[in-house]
Write a protein that binds this ligand. Structure first.
Ligand code: PEP
Ligand code: MG
Length: 582
């Protein structure tokens, strides 16, 4: 039995067999066969190609059912490539002329194709090189007779163990078969962690080398809340964690009873609770959990989940269905926030920037790609005809960026007007405050927007110069650092002075450790993962505003994050009872 601590990314307990991803490496020796054996090798190759094609075709249909046609397109390229008669003919040629074994012949052909794709100047083909590896592995697996550890075909639930999982991979995970996630790299507010929370999959990240310590098939316990993974637990430990699992489920059922209760402190201060969503169909689920609106719709996931850049119509449909599914409640659509750890292959985005978090990401990318941005804004504005859509720009650093974004929005509105397309004329326009520059200038920004929302995930990253997705500095990523708290306070004060609504939509908003502090600091609007809503509502209903203000005043006087952490934990224990983690 081995216990390993990493960083808590999504709470809950999972117990199940390990499935290690990306551990398979095919090294195909140069093998030739007796000339009499070549017909059999050709048969093996053709069968493997046909089975692979069928598999991909099934995956495509399943993805189309689950995620829509657009996402299913990922597999269209695979299917077309495998079915190409030239591919089979080339490999068969090598088997016949050089008497190569099927696997070696196929690997040779694929290696040539990869070189070809890589050498052309077409970005789309370069991007397909990773797909070629995928295709090669799939076909070789069939030639070599190995069972495929295919996530889409899992027959029993597993705990996934991986070095890394991209946000676009995670968004396709099936909650029914993936019990838990255990990852070498990453941080608590990385986007993969955010998706894991959205899917409610217990997850531990930043385990460094867990993939070296698990080979697959071992029983794992994942305690997402504690950031703990236990490999090969004994019976007694399993029984203890099953108990914990049961108690958590019971507590969740109890919390659900609060669904319709108001989020109001005992001394009558109402707090608005909104949710963060990544995909359109989560909007209505968030409302079912008791949220009063959507405070952050991360539209970039529409781009991440699909092989092609979503068209205006596809984006419009997604935004319209989201806003229609929540009645007259607000839907804050954040304009695409791509880049850093959210790379869209369809846009030819690769991790080539030396410092992507400080690079051409988010609104900066949009302002450099105006056609894409305008199409996106058209889709959002058109959806505004169907409900309370509000627009929010991410990653603003300077006033001129905000003005440029707003002026592009005005141009788009004029175009729609001319074309006679319906949209709401007075759509509220806001911005995320997630750079120290924006927080420090929040009074100036507040005069030019209808609302501001503090993105504490990035604000922490940029204030402390700590990459939020880098496990090597995860111990330095502290949202309660006094510098971060003082910047948040500055934004709240700017909001009060200018009567501009300030909400918090970073992960801090849904974290019980910070809830009372934020309310005490003057926040009246919190936007969080749907899962956190009941717990946060319980806290708000349990502690008077006066207590929250006292906590905030004391916290803001402390100047070390350790002191702040222990003070907040102590207050939580005293007022609510029970431990709370970071
Ligand atoms: C943030 O940075 O706090 C935020 C809410 O945006 P994202 O997590 O998508 O970067
Ligand atoms: Mg952000």
């Amino acid at each position: 039995m081995i216990s390993k601590y990493g960083v808590s990314a999504s709470p809950g307990v999972a117990i199940g067999p390990a499935l290690v991803l990306d551990a398979e490496e095919y090294r195909i020796p140069r093998r030739t066969v007796d000339p009499a054996q070549t017909p059999r090798q050709i048969e093996v190759l053709q069968e493997a190609l046909e089975t692979s094609r069928q598999e991909v075709s099934e995956l495509r249909s399943a993805a189309a059912r689950k995620l829509g046609e657009q996402t299913a397109d990922i597999f269209a390229f695979h299917e077309g490539f495998i079915a190409d008669p030239k591919l089979a003919a080339e490999a068969i040629g090598l088997i016949q002329s050089k008497h190569f074994a099927a696997a070696y012949a196929f690997a040779q052909v694929m290696s040539k194709r990869r070189q070809m794709f890589q050498s052309v100047a077409v970005e789309y083909l370069k991007e397909r090189v990773r797909d070629l590896f995928d295709i090669e592995k799939r076909v070789l697996r069939h030639i070599l007779g190995r069972a495929r550890e295919d996530l889409a075909r899992l027959t029993e639930p597993v705990v996934i163990v991986a070095h890394d999982i991209t946000p676009s991979q995670a968004v396709g995970f099936d909650r029914e078969t993936i019990l838990g996630l255990v990852i070498d790299v990453g941080g608590a507010t990385s986007h993969t962690a955010i998706i894991a929370r959205m899917l409610d999959i217990p997850t531990v990240v930043a385990l460094n080398d867990v993939t070296n310590q698990v080979s697959g098939g071992e029983t794992l316990i994942v305690d997402g809340g504690e950031g703990l993974v236990i490999v090969n637990p004994d019976e007694e430990t399993i029984t203890r964690y099953r108990g914990k699992q049961r108690r958590q489920t019971e507590a969740e059922v109890e919390l659900k009873l609060l669904r319709d209760a108001p989020a109001e402190t005992p001394d009558g201060q109402p707090i608005t609770l909104w949710c963060n969503i990544e995909l359109a169909d989560e909007a209505s689920k968030a409302i079912e959990r008791g949220a009063q609106g959507i405070g952050l719709y991360r539209t970039e996931f529409l781009f991440l989940a699909s092989e092609r850049v979503p068209t205006e119509e596809q984006q419009f449909e997604a935004f319209r269905s989201a806003v229609q599914s929540i009645g007259d409640r607000p839907l804050l659509i954040r304009t695409v926030d791509l880049g850093a750890d959210k790379l869209a292959p369809s846009l030819g985005m690769t991790a080539h920037e030396p410092n992507p978090v400080l690079g051409l990401r988010s609104l900066r990318y949009c302002l450099r790609n105006l056609d894409l941005f305008k199409t996106h804004l058209r889709a959002i504005l058109r959806a505004s005809a169907f409900g309370d859509v509000r627009i929010m720009f991410p990653m603003i650093t300077t006033l001129s960026e905000l003005r440029q974004a707003k002026s592009t929005l005005n141009d788009v509105a004029e175009d729609l007007e001319e074309e006679g397309l319906a949209f709401r004329r007075n759509v509220p326009v806001g911005m995320m405050v997630e750079t120290p520059a924006a927080a420090m200038l929040s009074s100036s920004f507040a005069r030019e927007v209808d609302f501001m929302s503090v993105g504490t995930n990035d604000l922490t990253q940029y204030t402390l110069a700590v990459d939020r997705a880098n496990e090597r500095v995860a111990h330095l990523y502290s949202q309660h650092n006094p510098a971060v708290l003082r910047l948040i306070r500055q934004v709240i004060l700017a909001g009060l002075r200018t009567q501009t609504t300030v909400s918090i939509c970073g992960e801090m908003a849904g974290n019980p450790l910070y809830c009372l502090l934020l309310v005490g600091m003057g926040v009246r609007n919190l936007s969080m993962s749907p899962k956190n809503v009941p717990e946060i509502k319980r806290l708000i209903r349990g502690v008077p505003l006066a207590e929250c203000k006292r906590i905030a005043a004391k916290t803001l006087r402390l100047d070390s994050d350790r002191q702040i952490l222990s003070f907040l934990k102590g207050e939580h224990l005293r007022l609510i009872g029970g431990e709370v983690s970071e």
